[in-house]
Design a protein around this ligand. Structure first.
Ligand code: ADP
Ligand code: MG
Length: 695
């Protein structure tokens, strides 16, 4: 049962409240300054902070500590060390120094580096990120850290994320100051809505594909799918309810503000949304949420599936990244506001985002690209692979009116007076209806809906923050020369006219949009291998390096790793298919057809003139499927051999063009056989068993 929320929330976190209680006023103030101003911790107080942290952690049952980091695998990594130290020959004491708090040196050689680090330079180091609080989980104190090579290149997702946050802070602060807003800093805020599936553990264990790849590679549709739409917001089943309660309580203790939970569209699909937090913390918390979901599910004999597309022909899972930028004085720069000045500010920031998303649509697409997300994007259940912005009719028409009017305006009156152009107050409902848009304005935030459920949200936010920061930099450069009302409006007009092609309020799932988007010159990068080469385009390398998020070599390393991840994940699936086919499906189909042949023989023996049309038909179909499937399985094996290609981009393209189509063909053959075979003879549990197993 959930205990008193207020007393448990954050109870396992070394947060400011705890720091204040445990540290002297002077030390606390210096630590708080470090956190608030994102500075480095002074060495002379590091030992004091470390000791307080250790004593607190031990009082919570911790015996170990770990630097917790986010390597380029997309998940988190940890290496546990005991607090223990020798004190003479026969005794030991609990120790944890400031040095150990601030810096760790895990062996970096087994983490992906994409060529950044040669194996002889295996060392990497982790550095404490004091802006994300340490916490106790199990018997261990977790210290959020960044992870770099010894030469200083980022080997993780947190470092570039922090750099992108700092870039947007710097540039947005410049812009708001020019608008007369008194703010010291601007922070991106993020609320990620997380979708997932739950299946029964026993059923799960019988599916090799789920166990190895996180998704089914075979499986005919269940007679009852999601057609009735009776799962969405439906009654939550008792076992799932118990899971959600424990999940919430665990997350709350860790300071994760889990708030909303409900059933999703597909059977066995659910969603959890936290209250939004600063981008850095939200990213750490989303990683924790995914990890805790898996752990808690296990305790309830369930398995939490975070893969984007666990079941074919059933809605997959995504993650909506709600994003806004807010000043330290609490002004949300994406809030339309009430006064003429606030409207103007809102329009300016809106324009910056429109330009950023248009100019860097390729980077946004890349930031959500994985082999499994390719199965969702553009599949009539998730936004298309084409990036566009939804503003809603009201907001788009007032924004476009401003820019179009100015184009045909008389030379005397070059700009419109935006102060009098009325901006409607947006009812949230009117902007939130279109679920088919990849990037939708929803009242006072944008919602990037292209992320896959298993994606780290770091990537998407890195690109979004960086792109918007780079445009705000351009804007600040212009406005620092002239920040008059007219100059601001001129800038809005110019940029909206130049980038309005990215605005689209229609049905993003429709085929007409694909044609229309092409006419507009928008990119439609359908798969991961299609989009990845764009990251190293000059304009992207220039933007990302100038704004300070990545060095050129970091971009190339990520380009390599991204391709490698794609290849490895598809090849693992191909290998798993071959195994399941050879060990499970082919022998089963052969046996079912042999049984059928025997039935025919018996019937004929009994009465030679008996018709056997049904049996003959099934026997023929199964025999054909069997031979075809065997041929496809062998073809897959041969193609996997041919996929040993050195160039990662060429390898990924080979996999996409040659291997994936054969995988689909093999799947459809086997699924065909499943439809006409008795369930009890089938070697792996059916979709029906999997999707209705959580009761
Ligand atoms: P839904 O999208 O289901 O209608 P909401 O819009 O209420 O749900 O919220 C979705 C997510 O957006 C939540 O995580 C919420 O905390 C977050 N959110 C709300 N306002 C903001 C904001 N200004 N900036 C970033 N995230 C926000
Ligand atoms: Mg939403």
């Amino acid at each position: 049962m959930v205990k008193d929320l207020e007393s448990i929330f954050g109870s396992d976190v070394f947060n400011k409240k705890v720091m204040k209680a445990l540290l002297s006023d002077d030390v606390y103030k210096r630590l708080e300054k470090t956190i608030d101003e994102k500075k480095e911790l002074d060495n002379d107080i590091a030992d004091i902070v470390a000791k307080a942290m250790k004593d607190w952690a031990i009082s919570k049952g911790a015996t170990h500590f770990t630097h917790w980091f986010q390597p380029l695998t997309g998940i988190t990594a940890e290496k546990h060390d005991g607090f223990i130290n020798r004190d003479g020959d026969e005794s030991a004491i609990a120790e944890f120094s400031g040095k150990e708090l601030i810096k760790g040196e895990p062996d970096a050689s087994s983490f992906p580096s994409g060529g950044l680090r040669s194996t002889f330079e295996a060392r990497g180091y982790t550095a404490w990120d004091p802006t994300s609080f340490a916490f106790v989980k199990g018997n261990t104190l977790f210290i959020p850290t960044a992870f770099c090579s010894f030469t200083g290149e980022a080997l993780d997702k947190k470092t570039p994320l922090l750099k992108s946050i700092s870039a947007i802070n710097k540039q947005a602060t410049r812009v708001v100051k020019l608008l007369g807003v008194n703010a010291k800093s601007v922070t991106p805020m993020v609320g990620p809505e997380q979708e997932y599936f739950l299946v029964d553990k026993e059923v799960f264990k019988k599916r090799k594909d789920l166990m190895l790849c996180g998704r089914t590679l075979f499986g005919a549709p269940a007679p009852k799918g999601q057609q009735l739409d009776d799962h969405y917001f439906g009654i939550i089943k008792p076992r799932v309810q118990a899971f959600m309660e424990e999940l919430n309580e665990t997350l709350w203790k860790l300071g994760v503000p889990a708030k909303t939970e409900h059933n999703e569209v597909a059977p066995a699909q659910h969603e959890l949304a936290p209250i939004y937090e600063s981008c850095n913390i939200a990213t750490d918390h989303n990683q924790l949420t995914m990890e805790i979901m898996k752990k808690v599910a296990d305790k309830h004999n369930l398995v939490c599936l975070l893969a984007e597309k666990p079941f074919a022909r059933v809605n997959g899972s995504g993650k909506h990244n709600n994003w806004s930028i807010v000043t330290d004085t609490g002004v949300n720069l994406l809030s339309p506001g009430h006064t003429a000045e606030e409207h103007l500010r809102f329009y300016l920031f809106l324009t910056a985002i429109i330009k950023a998303v248009d100019d860097y649509q390729d980077l946004i697409r890349i930031s959500v690209a994985t082999a499994s997300n390719d199965l969702r994007l553009g599949a009539n259940e998730a936004p298309p692979a084409i990036v566009s912005i939804y503003l809603g009719e009201e907001l788009s028409s007032s924004l476009l009116a401003v820019s179009e009017e100015s184009c045909k305006s008389d030379p005397e009156k070059k700009v419109l007076d935006l102060g009098v152009a009325s901006i409607p107050t947006f009812a949230k409902d009117s902007t939130d209806r279109n679920r088919t848009s990849p990037f939708a304005f929803t009242g006072n935030k944008f919602e990037l809906r292209m992320l896959g459920s298993s994606n780290s949200i770091a990537g998407a936010n890195i690109m979004l923050n960086s792109a918007v920061a780079s445009v705000l930099k351009e804007f600040a450069d212009v406005l620092e020369k002239d920040n008059s009302h007219d100059s601001i409006i001129k800038l809005i007009n110019k940029e909206v006219s130049a980038h309005k092609r990215i605005l689209f309020n229609g049905n993003g799932y429709g085929d007409e949009w694909i044609v229309e988007a092409e006419k507009r010159g928008l990119l439609n990068l359908k798969t991961t291998p299609d989009c990845l080469p764009y990251v190293i385009k000059d304009k992207n390398v220039k933007m990302l390096t100038e704004i300070g998020t990545f060095t050129k070599s970091e971009i190339y390393s990520r380009y390599n790793i991204h391709f490698e991840n794609y290849c490895e994940s598809v090849l693992l699936e191909a290998r798993t298919m071959v195994e399941m086919s050879n060990e499970g499906y082919l022998p089963a189909i052969s046996k079912i057809s042999a049984d059928m042949a025997e039935t025919i023989l018996k019937k004929k023996q009994a009465v030679s003139s008996l018709p056997c049309d049904y049996e003959m038909k099934i026997l023929k179909e199964l025999s054909e499927v069997l031979d075809d499937s065997k041929a496809l399985t062998d073809k897959l094996i041969k193609l996997m051999g041919e996929a040993r290609i050195d160039d990662v981009a060429a390898k990924a393209t080979f996999i996409k063009d040659k291997i994936i189509p054969v995988m689909s063909e093999l799947r459809s053959k086997i699924d065909e056989a499943e439809r006409i075979s008795p369930e009890k003879e089938w070697p792996y549990p059916s979709y029906g068993k999997l999707m209705f197993s959580e009761d």
